[in-house]
Structure formats: C-alpha cells, structure tokens
Design a protein around this ligand. Structure first.
Ligand code: PEP
Ligand code: MG
Length: 851
C-alpha cells in the first residue's frame, strides 16, 4: 500500500517526493488485456500535473522529469515487480541530464541501469546478459574498468545496449518517456500473476482479485555525491524494544566509488545520532522526529524508507517495523510495560501465525553431525525423516505414520499436498522466495532451498550428496534456520518458551474466552502440547496409535479377521497396548480433560499393500497369501472415506468398542490412583449421522463401565459425546445432543461431506481453483465460513436448544487456523483443539478473536 502510505506521510505533514498512485481499481480495469485508454489518460494527466509541480518536463529539453515506479499491495508479497528508477531517460534526455548536473558518468550510469531494469521487468531479460555487451564494447573501444570514461564511449556503449535489446527482445527500447511509463506500469500490474506471488497468496489466503497499485514519483537524485543517499530509519532498537532512532544510511548510493569497485559507505543511524551528526548530509533530528511521529500514528514500532537528495530529506514509505517474530513479541511486551499500549492492543500487534517461527525445534549438533551441503535457509526449524522424492510418496509415508523429508529439484503447486504432510522440504534449485520457500513458510514447515551441490538422479530415485547416494526411505535432516542438509537422523531440541513469549501468552490467556486443547496421540505430542499451554486433549485418534512398528500387524489382523472370534483374539492383544498408552496420556495430562475417539480408520489406510505386506499379513494370520488377497478383495471399498469407518465399524463390530472402552476405563482408574486424583475420560464417537448410532455405541460403553466398576469395586465418572462431521448430524443436532455430553465438530470430514470433495483428492484441483480465483483459500486449511461455517452455526443453535449446557468444540485442522478461530469465537464454541505446534497460535488467535 505504498500509494496510500505516501498519502499518510503527506497527511502527517512529512516531506514526500511529489507523485501519484495508479490505484487497484485501475489494475482491475487493466485485467490481462493491458492498460485501457481511460487509465492511460489518467496517467497522462497525472504526469502533466507532476510536470507543473516539479517544473520539469517528461522528455524535456533542459530539465528532464524522471520518475520512479514502485508496486504496492495491501499484503507485501514476493514476486511483485521491483522498483524501476529513472523512467523517462532516453538517448536525448540522458545528454540533457548530464549537462544539467554536469555529471556525465551519473547520467549515463542511470540510463544504463534503466535499460537493464526495463528489460528485466518488461521482457524478463536477465540483467547479467548485458555483461557480454559491455565486454565487447570495452575490447572494441579500449577503455578499462566497468564503464566508459568519455562521452563518445558512453554513447557507443548505449548504442550497443539498444541493439542488443532489439535483437534479444524483438522490440526496441521505447524512446518516448510516456510509452516507457505505460510499459513499466503494465508489466508491474502483470507481476501480480507471477507464480511466486500466486503461491504466496494461495498459502496466505490472500484473494486473487485483491490486486496491486503502482506509485509513481519524481526521482530524487539521492545517488549523487556526498550530500545524498538512501536509508531506512526505525523508531526503536528492535533488539531491546527501547525507543530510539536506529537503521542505516548509505551515502551516495551508486556513485563513482561503486563504479570503480569501492562500495559506498553504509552508516549506522544509531551511531550517527551519538556523535556523528555531521556525517549525515540531511537533518538527523528531523528524521528522528519523523519516525517518532509515524510510530505514534501507527501505534507500533515504525520503519521508514527515506532518501536524501542534495541535503534535502524525503520520506518514501512507512510501515510497521519489519522484525523477527521474537523482536515483535519483545516490542509488544515492552510497549505495554511503557503503557504505550494496552495488553489488548499489544496482543493485536502480533500475527498469530508468525509465532510459528519461535516454536520450531533446533538440531542438537554433535561430532557425528555430518553436513552434506548448505542451501538457503528458506523456512525456519529443523526436521528429520525418510527421503521421499514425490508428493505421493510423502502422502503414502504419512499414512503409515512415518516422517519424511520431501526432496525435489523445485516444487510446483501440485506438490503442496505432499508438503502439508511431510516434515520438511529440500529443493536443489530456487531461492528464499521460490515456490517451495513461500509455501513452506506459510504452512510452518522447515525448508532449505537452492542446495545446488546436491543432485537428483535422472530416474528421480536417488539423491547424490557429497559423493554419497541416498535413496527413498534413507534418513535425512534439514535445518531451515541455517540451510544445512545433514546425513541421517539428528536429535532435535525443543524451543524454550519463556520470557517475553510467556508474558505474551499469559496476556492472551487473560483475554481469551475459548479454551485451547490439542490433538495428540503419542506421549511426545502430548508433552509438547502441554509445554505450549494446551488445556487438555481434544482429540486422541486411537487408530493413529497403531500406525507404528509391530502394532500395525495386530491392527491388520483385527481388521482382516474373518469372524468375531478372530477379531477378539487380536483385540485381546490390543487391549494392554491401548491401556498402557492411555495411562501415559492421562498422566501427562493430569488434571486436564482427555478426549479419546473410538476407532475411526478408513480401512484403506490399514490394509496391507504390496507383496511384502501381504506376505507378512498371511504369515501373522496363519493363512495363505491367496486367502489374504481374497479378504482384501472383499474389504475393498470404492470410497473408503465414506465407507465402513467411524461408528459404522463400532455398530458392525461392537467388540471393538468394548475393548476400547475397557482400556480407557481401566487406564483412567489406574492413572487416577497413581496421581491421587480422579480422571474423567471423555469418550467420543466418530462419524455419527443418526441418533440411534450414538445410542447404540453409548449403550456398549455404559455396559463396559458398569462391568469395570463392578470388577474393581470403584466408581468412575466419564462423558460420552460425538463428533459432528456429517451434514445429517447437524440437521439432527437437537436430537443427537439429548444423547451426548459434548459435540466436537470434525471440520475435516464436515468440509469433505458438505462440499462433496474428497479430502484425499482435493489437491489435484483445489490449486487450480485457487489460481483461477474460484476459491480464495483451501477450505481444508481455513474454514469455509460461508458454507461449512453456517452449518456449524446451525448445529450449535440446534444442540443448545435441547441441551443448553452441552460442551461444544472443534477438532479439525481448522481449529488451529486464526481466521477460522475468529469464526469459532463468534459462533460461541467452548474450545478449539489443534495440533501441538499450533497451540500458542490458537491461544493468541482466540485472544484476538475475543478482543
Ligand atoms: C475431522 O474429521 O475433522 C477430524 C478431526 O477427524 P479425522 O481428521 O481423523 O477424520
Ligand atoms: Mg473425521
């Protein structure tokens, strides 16, 4: 929003260069067809106005008007056009400028740079390609260094540049300043559709039609001589949070010094403000006053871009100071201490999603840590897992509960689904704004890009790193904070969550109404979630407890059993495993609620796949592979996510419920005794559509409770509730609520069933939908408030009609998404439950929603 930003600076009566903004509505009008005549006319009259204000003329005979063109969007994003300077220079005006300033080198240097940046933006030409032209001209004319020294040689170099442009781009560089301006604005508008910008919007849920604006202002000759320069001033010391002028200033910019290889001096503003005032060519006290005024206006630490041209100070842009999340937290907390901000205002200053950066683990390095390569640190945090080369492989491993690292040359939108389920992403090409980097940061996954010394073999089946070959499934570790790629599995250290972070979190806890629980199955997840401040478990997916190692075999045996007897024998072996897992969870969560969901396995996730697994299963079950194949055939479902899963499994095989209820109750009694405090388990029935399904399962659970109490001679309190993840359950919520102690909205399945979009197949077309602007964001990540959300609101209203005090929560993926959390607050849910690493994000988002 540089345009309106300039307007803000002007309204604060701060010195800004004269200019105008071509608005987002002009961008919309332009579409993909180029600038319409009305927009061109508007630009023309603005230029005429600017000529009047500056007393310079575009293409003018003696004092040529030169312009800087910058893009701006409400949300800063990578991929948008870089600023183009000196629009208006051509083979005539360059000479006039040289004459006006009496500085040949400066004028021609500016022209040369303009040609390069015009061609980069308008024709996608890499500025490096001009190097050969320069080399040829140097050899031909016999000058030394990086640029000519006489007007004759400069002219010849420019002619060579222009010929090169014509040959390479198939079009000459326009010599009419107005045409240059139109071309640059048009290309700046088109940069909105750059793939990196697109990927960024997709991940951050920024609407495709939000659009950008372009600001045009008169050039300030900030790159000439000692009385000019460019800088960035900040209103605070971001490390300590203390209010004082900081930032930096580069004297002279691209002066002659740079041309001969001496880089311009960069001065530290904080040091200058001490005792180096005379080294600053403008008014430092005024600058300090300006940034303080902008801070007051923003109510947040401010940052301004400024220029000094011949001793005169101009402000170009202001924004809340860019800072690492840790610094943002410190400043917010510091500003509440100074009573500059209230706690509520401070909470609103922090983007909940940005906290993610503070929550990631780091690698515990040892002598054995073998760094194979170093790429770009593209998204923070460390991750360790098995190498996968495709999104499909990542999804397959995730289905088995295994961690993976996705290794690609570069990622494309179709990989996003795989990126969601992998631990981290490593790409061989690309920088910190590549598709992989942008997407990974958006979803909080560690990512290393541009690890150019690595190679994926032609067949895509192996990674060659430091002379070693790594194949699918081999362990690899990446550190997205440093860019290191490390062989094997590394130990990861959890982040510390004390100090200002803890202060901010307790401020959030005071402000929020909704509770925050976690989705966790393993002790490690439960512990991490508690450290992050989870107030209990909102979803323990029991089937996930069987993904690992030997356990999956027993689980398969149970699913593949041909009769109740076979199932019971497998269940007998599952019982002690479940019981001890539950005891551990209850102990970790001592005093906090733990909600355990009965088995909900879409069968396809558990059936043996491939020859090896089939052979294994045959051996475990003591039957032939042919019989296994036959059973597989009979269990095969066309649409397993809508198949024999959830409470349907419990209805057809009540013995499963009986085993699970027994494991839960026995564990609750045991853990309660160990801790000296009763555990109140919450048992959740999945995928209920009919009240009678819940009644049926609840009756089994109640029977087992009676039995266990009688066996142990002790009493037990427990709750039984249901997930609400089918549209029918919403419509019948009033009746179902009569039979339930609580509801937990399963927004993953609810989104799937409301939309009729398969969760597992959505990625194939959702990215296209987002690209075309048919959907703004992935409804599986951020709740579709208008559709699925309205149904949730209906369910809440109906449930409370028959049971006003029913406990209502959400445990789908969207439970950790700040925008969705705002909606859940509005709808009056009692809590959200999300994955452990999202707990702090949810605490802050819930606080912001309540403010
Ligand atoms: C849901 O459907 O939202 C849910 C939490 O359950 P699962 O993802 O295990 O189907
Ligand atoms: Mg579900």
């Amino acid at each position: 929003m540089k345009g309106s930003n300039l307007a803000v600076l002007a309204a604060l009566d701060l010195p800004v260069p004269p200019g105008f903004t071509i608005s987002t509505s002009a961008w919309r009008e332009a579409g993909t067809a180029g600038l319409p005549p009305a927009v061109r006319n508007e630009i023309l009259s603005s230029v005429e106005w600017l000529e009047g204000v500056t007393g310079r003329m575009f293409d003018g005979a003696d004092r040529p008007l030169l312009l800087a063109v910058r893009t701006g969007a409400r949300h800063a994003m990578p991929g948008l056009a870089d600023t183009v300077l000196d629009v208006g220079l051509n083979s005539r005006t360059v000479e006039r400028l040289a004459r006006e300033l009496g500085d040949l080198g400066f004028a021609f240097r500016s022209y040369r740079r303009f040609i390069e940046s015009y061609c980069a933006l308008v024709h996608g030409l890499d500025p490096g390609e001009f190097d050969d032209v320069t080399d040829r001209e140097r050899d031909r004319a016999g000058w030394v260094g990086s640029e000519p020294h006489s007007i004759v040689d400069w002219r010849a170099l420019v002619v060579a540049y222009l010929e090169f442009v014509e040959n390479e781009c198939g079009a000459s560089l326009p010599q009419t300043p107005l045409q240059q301006l139109y071309d640059v604005v048009e290309a700046a508008f088109a940069s909105w559709r750059n793939p990196v910008a697109r990927a960024f919007r997709m991940v951050h849920g920024i609407a495709e039609n939000a659009g950008l604006a372009v600001t045009v202002h008169a050039m300030i000759f900030n790159e000439r001589g000692e009385k000019s320069g460019t800088g960035r001033a900040v209103s605070r010391d971001l490390k300590s949070g203390e209010p004082r002028l900081t930032g930096e200033f580069t004297l002279g910019g691209r002066g002659i010094g740079e041309a001969i290889g001496i880089f311009p001096d960069t001065l530290n503003l904080a040091e200058l403000a001490g005792d180096g005032r005379e080294r600053f060519p403008g008014d430092l006290a005024a600058l300090s006053d300006y940034v303080r005024r902008v801070e007051q206006h923003l109510g947040d630490a401010a940052e301004i871009d400024f220029m000094v041209g011949d001793g005169e100070l101009f402000l170009l842009q202001s924004r809340p100071a860019k800072r690492a999340v840790g610094e943002a937290v410190r400043i917010a907390v510091e500003m509440t201490r100074e009573n500059v901000l209230t706690e509520e205002e401070a909470l609103l200053r922090i983007d909940p999603a940005s906290l993610d950066e503070l929550l990631h683990p780091t690698i515990e390095r040892s002598e054995e840590t073998h760094v194979l390569a170093r790429g770009m640190p593209a998204s923070p945090g460390a991750a360790t897992g098995a190498i996968v080369f495709t999104a499909e492989q990542a999804i397959a491993l995730a289905a088995e509960g295994r961690r993976s690292i996705l290794v690609r040359n570069e990622t494309i939108p179709e990989d996003v689904h795989g990126m969601h389920v992998t631990e981290g992403v490593l790409t061989i090409r690309g920088g910190t704004t590549s598709h992989a980097a942008v997407v990974a940061r958006g979803i909080g996954k560690p990512c290393v890009t541009g690890a150019g010394s690595l190679r994926i073999t032609q067949d895509g089946k192996a990674l060659i790193a430091a002379g070693r070959t790594f194949e699918f499934g081999d362990a690899l570790t990446i550190d997205g904070t440093t860019g290191d790629v490390i062989a094997g599995t590394a130990r990861l250290r959890r982040p510390t969550l004390t100090g200002d972070f803890a202060t901010l979190m307790s401020m959030a806890d005071r402000a929020r109404r909704m509770r925050v629980r976690t989705n966790a199955e393993t002790p490690a997840e439960a512990r991490a979630a508690r450290a992050f401040g989870a107030e209990g478990i909102g979803l323990c997916r029991t089937e996930h407890m069987f993904f690992e190692g030997e356990r999956i075999r027993v689980m398969r045996e149970m699913i593949m059993a041909s009769d109740e007897e076979g199932r019971r024998s497998a269940l007998d072996r599952l019982l002690p495993i479940q019981r001890s897992d539950f005891i551990e969870l209850f102990e970790i969560m001592a005093g906090l609620p733990v909600m355990i969901r009965l088995l909900d396995p879409p069968l396809h996730e558990f059936l043996p796949k491939g020859e090896q697994e089939i052979a294994d299963t045959a051996q475990t079950l003591g039957i032939t592979e042919a019989v296994v194949a036959e059973r597989l055939q009979s269990l095969q479902e066309f649409n397993p996510m809508l198949g024999h899963r959830g409470c349907r499994l419990a209805v057809s095989h009540p013995e499963i419920v009986e085993m699970q209820a027994r494991a839960i109750f026995e564990a609750a009694l045991e853990a309660g005794q160990r801790k000296g405090k009763a555990v109140v388990p919450e048992i959740m029935v999945p995928l209920v559509g009919l009240r009678k399904e819940l009644d049926f399962v609840k009756a089994r659970v109640d029977e087992i409770a009676e039995l266990v109490m009688a066996e142990q001679g002790r009493s037990l309190t427990y709750l039984v509730g249901t997930m609400i993840e089918l549209p029918r359950a919403i419509v019948r919520a009033d009746s179902i609520a009569e039979a339930a102690d609580f509801f937990s909205f399963g927004t993953n399945d609810l989104t799937q069933t409301v939309y009729g979009i398969s969760r597992d197949d959505a990625a194939n077309f959702l990215s296209t939908y987002q690209r075309l602007g048919i959907m703004d964001r992935d409804p599986f990540q951020s709740l579709d408030v208008e559709g699925v959300g309205q149904l949730i609101a209906l369910g809440v209203e109906r449930a409370r009609r028959t049971k006003p005090d029913i406990s209502l929560g959400v445990c789908g993926e969207q439970g950790g998404d700040p925008t969705s959390i705002a909606f859940f607050e509005e709808t009056g849910l009692d809590y959200v439950s999300c994955s452990p690493y999202r707990v702090p994000i949810a605490r802050l988002a819930a606080a912001q929603a309540a403010i």
